[in-house]
Design a protein around this ligand. Structure first.
Ligand SMILES: C[S@@+](CC[C@H](N)C(=O)[O-])C[C@H]1O[C@@H](n2cnc3c(N)ncnc32)[C@H](O)[C@@H]1O
Length: 352
């Protein structure tokens, strides 16, 4: 059997992986890939290769007696390494397929591993649900996994035909098609400018609104081809990226309220950490990294100052000690092995 995109296009909203792959004799995505790869080498990729794994281990220092939360479980790569180092791990993901996949893959560690489904913006409630108030470390490795990107039916990739969905949690919220087909032009423009830093945001929003009156957008390739027809690839280095890249990034951020979830998470994290507990955040684009940098900088200052004050005052938000003055990035070996690591930035703070 071929593991073709056609198989994935059949995935419906709220379906489990099993329901969406009725013809596959394997019981989980990884096995399905492995079986199907025998007849299709183009799918020769693992679920997701964890980025900055050595660096995460060096800062998190997982060990027996420690309880760590991996709040972006994905394929469970970071979690697995922390379990192997002897820590107990609670793994959280809002994506049902990721949760199902990692829970199965990490079954051999069942006594130390608790997989949970949810959004990291709700972390205090999620942990309370399993009777946990404090932990020794929290990791978030934000964005989408390689699996989600590869999976045409999830609608994240402009290169693969699939429904224009982009929701990580398919049990709720609006899809990218809902936004593109119904938001006022002004809101689309703001999303393209602010989340995609797309300079042609105005023109694209206007043309999308004109086109949707005749024919709403339903698929990833329909939208990507339409954008490419308005602004073809430029010559030179900028032409290497597809013209729809920024719009797709912007829609994904809007659909999943990625910046809102990160802000809420940052505001909550400190009260979940034991003194000495560490918070590790890996980001992949400048909007997120800027938010993390500013938050960590402010929360690790003992005093704050303003021009109009005669002297600095104690900072009521002083919660952390900064562990990384500059973001940690991938070394040469990782850059060579994993293209995705190119834009990864890790920042770390420690609870006082
Ligand atoms: C980059 S992958 C993580 C990969 C993981 N570290 C590994 O080693 O396999 C990001 C994962 O985080 C999940 N995710 C993103 N935002 C989330 C949020 N707000 N709450 C919970 N999970 C989220 C995605 O569904 C995806 O599975």
């Amino acid at each position: 059997m071929l593991f073709t995109e056609a198989k994935f296009v059949a995935v419906g909203v709220g379906m489990t992986w099993r329901e969406s792959h009725p013809d596959c004799s394997a019981s989980f995505p990884q096995e399905c890939r492995e079986q199907c790869m025998e007849s299709d080498n183009s799918m020769n990729t693992p679920y997701h290769k964890p980025v900055l794994l050595d660096e995460v281990m060096d800062f998190m220092l997982p060990a027996e007696g420690k309880l760590i939360v991996d709040a972006t479980l994905g394929g469970g790569g970071h979690t697995e390494a922390m379990l192997e180092a002897g820590a107990k791990v609670i793994g959280v993901d809002q994506d049902e397929q990721a949760h199902e996949f990692a829970a199965e893959r990490l079954k051999p560690h069942a006594s130390s591993f608790t997989p949970l489904r949810g959004n990291f913006s709700d972390l205090p409630d999620i942990l309370q649900g399993v009777g946990v108030n404090k932990v020794d470390g929290i990791l978030i490795d934000i964005g989408v996994s390689s699996w989600q990107l590869d999976e045409a039916s999830r609608g994240f990739s402009f290169g693969k035909e699939g429904p224009l969905d982009m929701r990580m949690d398919r049990s709720r919220g609006e899809t990218a098609a809902d936004l593109v087909n119904h938001l006022p032009e002004q809101e689309l423009r703001t999303i393209f400018y602010e989340y995609g830093e797309e300079r042609a945001g105005s023109k694209l929003a206007r043309r999308i609104v004109e086109r949707r009156q005749d024919k709403p957008f339903t698929t990833t390739t329909d939208l990507a081809d339409f954008i490419a027809s308005i602004q073809p690839r430029s010559k030179g280095p900028a032409g290497k990226i597809h013209p729809a890249t920024r719009v797709f990034q912007a829609l994904r951020i809007a659909v999943n309220d990625e910046l809102g979830a990160l802000r809420t998470f940052l505001n909550n994290a400190s009260k979940l950490l034991n003194p000495g507990g560490r918070l590790l955040v890996i980001t992949f684009h400048s909007l997120e990294d800027r938010m993390v940098k500013q938050f960590f900088r402010h929360a690790s200052q003992s005093h704050v100052d303003r021009k109009e004050w005669p002297e600095p005052r104690p900072n009521p938000d002083y919660q952390y000690q900064m562990m990384t003055r500059r973001p940690v990035t991938a070394g040469e070996d990782e850059l060579r092995d994993n293209k995705r690591s190119r834009s990864a930035k890790l920042r770390v703070v420690e609870k006082r």
